[in-house]
Design a binder for this molecule. Structure first.
Ligand code: 13P
Length: 336
């Protein structure tokens, strides 16, 4: 694994280099349809290709975007004039990544909880993805907060799967981006989100250790510690930044290559402000960056959807702007 290990360590460092972060466009076909429904665009293989090509060919996107997570279909697609999307990315200095989980499904025996599937046949799929140009891979686990949940069993099962997937990734030469998402849905308060996130991360790093995952070649994709969307008492930017960092200080080893955030339902501005606030709070053991889906795409999607033929440049300008703002936030230099 040594040759590949050096390559993975380099890839991981490049993904979270100062001023840069990851663009998540790995929506499954079902999720993509939901997004396209919201803008009145039919969701077909071609419209998904055109939309994602529009995003990935944004001029100078590589300045603030180090990598992009793709869905299986996208990794294999070419632009309308025949250029593979991975080539467009590589030419722009953007590392191709791939979502490899098979989605979150009901956890048998645990009402309201989910387990992420996709380990069967994963070794073969990862080898193929490496051949197709991917250099990192993402797996998302979902932790739900409610009156009775999460259960320890749900956290254990999901973290075990994350660690098995991460070990397989490193065997194949792909940097694992391990994503335990504590959902924002619900009326729980900031303290509850803190406790659940802390327990999840402690369990995750125990499991990564048990499965011999090399943390220097691994990226954590985390949710921020925020109160539930329906909690009457919302938190201000500094409270979120402090609670999230406190959680990491107590659960994330310093040897980890980096941490990136998902946006999880935060607005574009909130996601940028939170990241910026954390990066202003002094020297941290790991680079802290972004891997946003909605918080990078929302404005671009709306503008593109209004007229997919004519609005390509205007939509790209929206993405470019958000990428730049988040790039500044990775250095604590964002100004609204
Ligand atoms: P959001 O930023 O829209 O939450 O998406 C990021 C992601 O990749 C979730 O798995």
């Amino acid at each position: 694994m040594t040759d590949k290990l050096d390559e993975m360590i380099e890839t991981a460092a490049a993904m979270v280099a100062a001023g840069r972060g990851v663009l998540a466009i790995d929506e499954s076909t079902g999720t993509c349809k939901k997004r396209f429904d919201s803008i009145g665009v039919e969701c077909t293989e071609q419209s998904r290709r055109d939309y994602r090509h529009m995003l990935l060919s944004t001029p100078d996107l590589g300045e603030h975007i180090s990598g992009s997570i793709l869905f299986d279909e996208t990794l294999r697609q070419s632009s309308a004039d025949g250029v593979p999307l991975t080539k467009i990315m590589q030419d722009n200095g953007i590392i191709p990544g791939i979502k490899v989980d098979k989605g979150a499904h009901p956890l048998a025996g645990f009402e309201g909880e989910k387990i992420t599937e996709g380990l069967d046949g994963l070794r073969e799929r990862l080898n193929e993805y490496y051949e197709l140009g991917a250099r990192f891979a993402k797996w998302r686990a979902v932790i739900t907060i409610s009156e009775d949940n999460p259960s320890q069993a749900c956290i254990d099962a999901n973290c075990h799967a994350l660690a098995r997937y991460a070990a397989l990734c490193q065997e194949a030469g792909l940097v694992p981006m391990v994503e335990p998402e504590v959902l924002m849905e619900g009326d729980h308060d900031l303290q509850t989100a803190y406790e659940v996130t802390l327990l999840t991360l402690k369990t995750l790093f125990d499991q990564l250790f048990d499965q011999n995952v090399v943390l220097e070649a691994c990226i954590l994709k985390s949710s921020m510690v925020v109160p539930g969307a329906d909690c009457p008492e919302q938190a201000d930017v500094d409270d979120v930044a402090e609670a999230t960092l406190d959680c990491f200080f107590n659960a994330v080893p310093a040897s980890l290559a980096g941490i990136v955030f998902l946006s999880g339902g935060q607005s574009e501005i909130e996601a940028t402000e939170h990241l910026d606030a954390m990066n202003r709070m002094g020297t941290l053991p790991w680079p802290l960056s972004f891997s946003y889906g909605r918080a990078l795409q929302s404005s671009a999607l709306k503008v593109w959807g209004a007229n997919p033929q004519d609005n390509v440049k205007a939509a790209q300008a929206e993405l470019s702007h958000r990428a730049r703002m988040n790039g500044l936030a990775t250095m604590g230099q964002y100004e609204s």
